[in-house]
Design a protein around this ligand. Structure first.
Ligand code: SF4
Length: 376
């Protein structure tokens, strides 16, 4: 398959791995953050850690939108849906995310009208078909998904569909990277830049990381060879004492981003002064709100929002894992109280969550090896 097979070619993968071994200084410990949850998933899925030198430590970043959403926002959305008899429409990976009164699926079991949609346009279609009901799309995601929310709001306005609104939780990636770099307990050498987000914002917004922080950034694709090539590019820069932004994912990411998508976002959204991120706290100018011109389609302006704030269960260490301070298996609840079947934190729900990725690939693999060796 074009764009897949050549990036999974075993010979090329071995060559890239050998080049990484050649470039990595054995006397140095490298801490490289993959910002995007899709990269975390790919790293575990393809077992890339197993073919890297042990002194290259991959730190999982905050780029899983489900994982960084604070529980209070889920509670707020579900409270509106329950109290005002509203259809709650959201992506499938939101459905099992725990709120204090249960997940969207648990609310559905108790009678709230909760629907899975594959796009905001699907939610708008539900509104068209149910004119007697109000449909609220619970929007999450980085700049990757914000343009489709923006275009759907434009469509709702142009068609005069007023039984539809968006509960906006869109966040922006660059302030989160800044917060991580400002964190005193975090030491990083370089970044594997997010692939999906960069298809919209391009590579230019990362230039300050290289210029001011002296850290190389390589925007990467999601196949095994993409990630290994990105590591080669980063190691070459580190070896030469350089810090630049490079684009490994040129086949998808334009350096300047997607102008049409950025224009649609600018028409519909403006930056919030601050927004709470799970595990990272309040980060200024890190999220989007709907402009007043679209107030009629803004759930936060149409309904009274409780503004719930919830602290995570004490033993859950989602914040430390999200910041890359702890590995998933170092959380006290990992694999015991918290599993993909019974998640306590959002990182165990989404396939892009580092705990779910680690559990589904590394943990299950280790469990299988243990059971085989005990039989032998
Ligand atoms: S194992 Fe569960 S509680 Fe612990 S960090 Fe991961 S998601 Fe959070």
């Amino acid at each position: 398959m074009r764009y897949v097979d050549e990036f999974r070619d075993p010979e090329l993968i071995i060559k890239a791995s050998e080049e990484i071994y050649r470039l990595a200084d054995p006397d140095r410990h490298y801490r490289i953050m993959e910002v995007c949850g899709g990269h975390t998933h790919a790293i575990y899925r393809f077992g890339l850690k197993d073919i890297l030198p042990s002194n290259i430590e991959l730190i999982h970043g905050p780029g899983c939108p489900v994982c960084v959403l604070p529980m209070g926002r889920i509670d707020d959305g579900l409270t509106v849906a329950t109290n005002f008899d509203v259809i709650f429409a959201a992506f499938g990976d939101m459905m099992r995310v725990p709120g204090t009164q249960g997940s969207p699926f648990e609310h559905k079991a108790r009678g709230t009208d909760v629907r899975i949609v594959y796009s905001p346009a699907d939610a708008l279609q539900i509104a068209r078909k149910n004119p007697e009901k109000h449909v609220m799309f619970f929007a999450i995601g980085f700049e990757t998904t914000a343009p489709s929310t923006a275009l759907t709001l434009m469509r709702a306005k142009s068609e005069g569909i007023t039984n539809f609104s968006v509960f906006c939780n869109h966040v922006t990636i660059v302030p989160a990277i800044r917060a991580i770099l400002d964190s005193p307990d975090m030491r990083l050498d370089a970044f594997i830049g997010p692939g999906h987000v960069s298809t919209v914002i391009g590579c230019r917004p990362y230039e300050w990381i290289a210029r001011s922080e002296g850290k190389p950034v390589v925007t990467s694709g999601f196949e095994p060879l993409d990630l290994l090539q990105s590591l080669v590019m980063l190691l070459r820069q580190l070896r030469a004492g350089e810090a630049r932004v490079e684009n490994q994912y040129k086949r998808v990411v334009p350096w300047e981003g997607n102008r049409a998508a950025l224009k649609a976002m600018a028409e519909i959204f403006q930056l919030r002064p601050y927004f709470e991120w799970r595990g990272l706290g309040f980060i200024s100018q890190s999220a989007l709100r709907i402009r007043d011109e679209y107030a009629e389609w803004d759930a936060e302006q149409r309904f009274p929002i409780p503004g719930t704030r919830v602290t995570d269960p004490k033993a859950a260490q989602c914040g430390e894992v999200l910041k890359g301070v702890l590995k998933p298996a170092q959380c006290k609840l990992f694999g015991k109280e918290c599993t993909p079947e019974h998640p306590i934190g959002a990182l165990m729900v989404s396939t892009e969550g580092s705990c779910a990725a680690y559990y589904n690939y590394e943990h299950r693999k280790a469990a299988m090896v243990t059971s085989i060796s005990s039989v032998a």
